[in-house]
Design a protein around this ligand. Structure first.
Ligand code: NAD
Length: 489
């Protein structure tokens, strides 16, 4: 580490293949900008092409036979050391993300980079416990199952949680004995590119954990590669569909898809109002609304609707006062990630003015950088664009409802199913509603949260498969059944 500096200026803008930083064989480069002031951070980020991907896959294939046989305790120690190294460098890693994502350290940057370290620790703990099964003998035969690694695997990650998503994918892949190629987002690739020295120092053998920066074309090369056996993808629904198609049309590689959301929060008259408002505000404002499981459709029962609306508006306006330079310690809300996202979110807000009425927000903050106020629309019909589509910014819809039956129909009436929240003091109602949500995850008196030890993922078009917990390890392994003839002499 001595001669390596974690700074956007000193970072080697190279691919990390076979434990070395190497120049890309493709001339294609892309640029990254700081969303707080729109200034160029670098125009020299390499975009890995076909020959780079082939080289990384070949290195991973060469490393796989030995890596899968590394004893559990040794593999655990490597993952634990990697986690410790991330923790040691959490501030500079968060800074590398911040200069392109704009996420303030105190409110998101520290959490996001720290989550990667936690994911490595959590999965390291599973290595010697992720056992197969043995079945009762039958007619002199016994069957045992083993969780076999898949071989060369890849993680294609989005820009909104560049380090957290590395932890969610690389940690279970490596814990189960796979080799792993990381493809960060072209919008926020710098922290991933800085991992090279940490990967080496932790003790991962060459070819086991590699990083290829690139755009969608690099992702497509991985998703359609004949010798990549699994792609774990987090990103948008349209890209997720393309990846599933490429996987099917190439080698039927395994696919995990963590996609978009338009998550409902259902707030009943009998809830603790302060608690409900606090969760809904945090859900919308965290990472400037660029969170897949953000509660962006808030349904409040008639009896408390006016009070909720007043408190939600006031708290969001308080939060809007914390919008500012993400490099400042007291900033809680940073900018949107880039100009494209800013135009996208602003476009939804502009068109939304004819689809509903604005309770709060709706305006740009400042005249440089991509800062935007948390924005709430009321009286929106459920066929409106802002009601149906994921905006991926701090924009929500606030609606009232009369009955549980009515609200559950509305809550479930989208193609998304990532997260939902119910706020009530009635445990029977909470559990009934939790069961009725068409959603991979439900919060009771909370929303838009996750734990590393519990399954994370969506139903309907929000995804396929689960991350976190034991399920993530399952998703990176193939069950093998071994039948033992015990009567054979
Ligand atoms: P995106 O789909 O545009 O890109 C995600 C990644 O896929 C990037 O690394 C990109 O380079 C790559 N990619 C793009 N086109 C590709 C192609 N044709 N083949 C292979 N790879 C390709 O998504 P984004 O804009 O980076 O992220 C925002 C989306 O991610 C939102 O919809 C959000 O809800 C979703 N998301 C979901 C979760 C979850 O866990 N469910 C978490 C975070 C973000």
């Amino acid at each position: 580490m001595a001669d390596f500096e974690f700074s956007a200026k000193k970072l080697p803008l190279k691919l990390f293949i076979n434990n070395e930083y190497v120049d890309s064989k493709s001339d294609k480069k892309f640029s990254v900008y700081n969303p707080k002031d729109e200034k160029l951070v670098s125009d020299q980020v390499p975009c890995a092409g076909e020959r780079d991907v082939d080289e990384a896959v070949a290195a991973a294939e060469a490393a796989f036979p030995a890596w899968r046989k590394v004893p559990a305790a040794e593999r655990r120690d490597i993952l634990m050391k990697f986690a410790a190294l991330i923790e040691k460098h959490v501030e500079p890693l968060a800074e590398l993300t911040r200069v392109t994502l704009g996420a303030p350290y105190s409110s998101f940057g520290k959490f996001e980079a720290g989550m990667a370290a936690e994911a490595f620790k959590y999965n390291a703990g599973w290595i010697d416990k992720f056992a197969g099964e043995a079945y009762p003998q039958e007619n002199g035969f016994m069957q045992i199952t083993r969780n076999e690694p898949l071989g060369v695997t890849a993680g294609i990650v989005p820009w909104n949680g560049p380090m957290g998503t590395v932890g969610l994918k690389a940690a279970p892949a490596l814990a189960t004995g796979n080799c792993f190629i990381l493809k960060p987002s072209e919008k926020t690739p710098l922290a991933a590119l800085a991992l090279g020295p940490l990967i080496k120092e932790a003790g991962f053998p060459p070819g086991v954990f590699q990083v290829l920066s690139g755009d969608g074309s690099t992702g497509a090369l991985l998703a359609s590669h004949m010798r990549v056996r699994k792609v774990s993808f987090t990103g948008s629904i349209p890209t997720g569909k393309k990846i599933q198609k490429m996987a099917a049309e190439s080698n039927l590689k395994r696919v995990t898809l963590e996609l978009g959301g338009k998550s409902p929060a259902v707030v009943f008259d009998d809830c603790n109002l302060d608690n409900a408002v606090t969760w809904c505000v945090n859900a919308l404002a965290a990472n400037t609304g660029q969170v897949c499981f953000a509660a962006t459709r808030v349904y409040v029962q008639e009896g408390i609707f006016d009070k909720f609306a007043e408190m939600y508006k006031a708290k969001l306006e308080e939060r809007a006062k914390t919008i500012g330079d993400p490099d400042q310690q007291d900033t809680i809300m940073g900018p949107l990630v880039d100009e494209a996202q800013f135009k996208r979110v602003s476009g939804f807000i502009e068109r939304g003015q004819s689809q509903g009425t604005i309770l709060t927000g709706g305006k740009r903050v400042g005249d440089s950088g991509f800062f935007i106020e948390p924005t709430v629309f009321q009286n929106v019909n459920n066929d409106a664009e802002i009601y149906q589509q994921e905006i991926f910014g701090p924009v929500s819809i606030l609606n009232s409802f009369k009955t549980e039956e009515e609200v559950m129909k509305k809550a479930n009436a989208t193609e998304y199913g990532l997260m939902a929240g119910v706020f009530t003091q009635d445990i029977n109602k909470a559990l009934r509603v939790a069961s009725d949500f068409d959603s991979g995850m439900v919060g009771v008196n909370c929303v838009s949260m996750m734990f590393l030890n519990a399954p994370f993922g969506g139903s309907k078009q929000s995804g396929l498969g689960r991350e976190c917990g034991r399920h993530a390890l399952t998703a990176f392994t193939e069950l093998k059944t071994i039948m033992v003839n015990m009567t054979y002499q």
